[in-house]
Design a protein around this ligand. Structure first.
Ligand code: IPE
Ligand code: IPE
Ligand code: MG
Length: 275
């Protein structure tokens, strides 16, 4: 694929070890959808004696690398949690800095996304974004709308509880209108009303920076996702860390409520009595 960033590997041996990690991945058992909580930008910067915005700025480099890594592997969907509903409560200078960084990044990267056949999607409450951010996002959504490669879903001004309330409101409105019969509501109906209705559920959820929580991210959709937590701060997260997460995912047994024996197709032990 065309390069999304300048290569920045320190040595030939670093490249070789990364390739060997990638080679271990079973290409027939990739997660279709990976979701990432990109956490730790602020701490990364503070540890370097820098302002938190410096961490967000460097986090963009990780976004490029991971988008490129997913596209190279043939991952179909990548959701990145970039800004939560609760993040609006951060100090004003940080919120403004993040919005400006978002718009600048979208404007700088959209051509590259397009050349690499990547389709951009956004989930979240767009009404809360400043007008200039909405304009930049809509242009990027439009430009990449015909692409058929990786689906890059940015969760922006997003929270799962917001999404569920919106879904409930739309369901109630459709019932009131008479276009939905409450008796016919199933899990599939509810899924259709979520902002992720066009995407399969994530199979692997990664959170960086050593926090073991979901922070209002895809609460419904992550029901059976494998969760992977790493201490690596987001600005340090690179393709090799992604490969490690995928290899860890491939080593797990996904049981979906069944027993391990059932999954391995083993004959279940005969019941000894019929009590
Ligand atoms: C994640 O990094 C980015 C956003 C939430 C926008 P943080 O800004 O949460 O960094 P920490 O967790 O404070 O280190
Ligand atoms: C979650 O990170 C949101 C994003 C990464 C965009 P936060 O840093 O906001 O989450 P908490 O506050 O630690 O739970
Ligand atoms: Mg954080």
């Amino acid at each position: 694929m065309r390069c999304l960033r300048k290569k920045n590997l320190n040595s030939q041996s670093e490249l070789a070890s990364m390739e060997s990690l990638k080679d271990k991945i079973d290409a027939t058992r990739l997660p279709r959808h990976i979701a990432i909580i990109m956490d730790g930008n602020g701490r990364w910067a503070t540890e370097k004696g820098q302002d938190r915005l410096y961490g967000h700025f460097h986090g963009v480099e990780s976004v490029r690398d991971i988008v490129e890594g997913c596209a190279e592997l043939g991952i179909e969907y990548l959701t990145l949690y970039a800004f939560s509903t609760e993040n609006w409560d951060r100090p004003e200078y940080e919120v403004t800095g993040l919005m400006e960084l978002l718009v600048e990044t979208i404007r700088n990267e959209v051509e590259t996304l397009n050349k690499n056949n990547i389709r951009l999607h956004v989930i979240g409450n767009m009404n809360m974004l400043p007008e200039y951010a909405k304009i930049a996002l809509n242009e990027a959504l439009e430009l990449t709308s015909k692409n058929t490669g990786l689906n890059l879903i940015m969760a922006l001004s997003y929270s799962s509880r917001w999404e569920m309330v919106e879904a409930v409101k739309s369901i109630a409105a459709d019932i009131k209108k008479g276009s939905l019969d409450p008796e016919t509501i199933t899990q599939e109906t509810l899924q259709r009303y979520l902002s992720t209705s066009n995407f399969p559920d994530p199979e692997l959820m990664i959170r960086t920076s050593g926090e073991y929580r979901i922070s209002n991210f895809l609460l419904y959709q992550l029901a059976y996702a494998e969760l992977y937590f790493t201490n690596v701060r987001w600005p340090d997260f690179r393709k090799e860390n992604l490969y490690e997460a995928i290899l860890n995912f491939q080593g797990r047994e996904r049981r979906f409520g069944k027993t391990g024996a059932q999954l391995q197709g083993q004959k279940l032990p005969e019941k000894e009595n019929t009590l």
